[in-house]
Design a protein around this ligand. Structure first.
Ligand SMILES: C[C@H](O)[C@H](O)[C@H]1CNC2=NC(N)=NC(=O)C2=N1
Length: 112
């Protein structure tokens, strides 16, 4: 099984089909803290990270923003006192793509 965090994101066209449930479940084995949720009618990858205070949550938010910019693939970030919630999905296909799982794995790496 590929190590998600080290996998290179791949180009995604609007005709690319979203991953199906079994594909998502397979990738999710490497992301035990993440959940697949339906939010605004779209299937997304979601995880909340807890922090000591708002400043720590904000620092983490900035780090996730940096890996998103590097990859050209961006999450929804909800930052509040002591917590940041990250949701990944691919807008272009209104669903989940391998890139979302890669970025979720990289998100876990910057949380440490
Ligand atoms: C033009 C730009 O590269 C595209 O709009 C990118 C930007 N970041 C993105 N992020 C996510 N999550 N999904 C996308 O489809 C997407 N598209």
């Amino acid at each position: 099984m590929l190590r998600l965090a080290q996998t290179i994101c791949e180009p995604c066209s609007k005709d690319t089909p979203p991953l199906d449930k079994s594909e998502c479940q397979a990738y999710l084995e490497q992301l035990p803290e993440w959940r697949i949720v339906e939010h605004d009618g779209i299937i997304k990858l979601s995880r909340s990270f807890s922090f000591y205070d708002f400043a720590k949550a904000l620092t983490f938010t900035q780090r996730v923003g940096e890996i998103a910019e590097q990859a050209g693939h961006h999450p929804m970030l909800i930052t509040e006192w002591g917590k940041t919630t990250v949701m990944w999905w691919t807008h272009r296909i209104n669903g989940l793509h391998l890139n979302d799982f890669i970025l979720a794995a990289r998100t876990d790496e910057v949380a440490e």
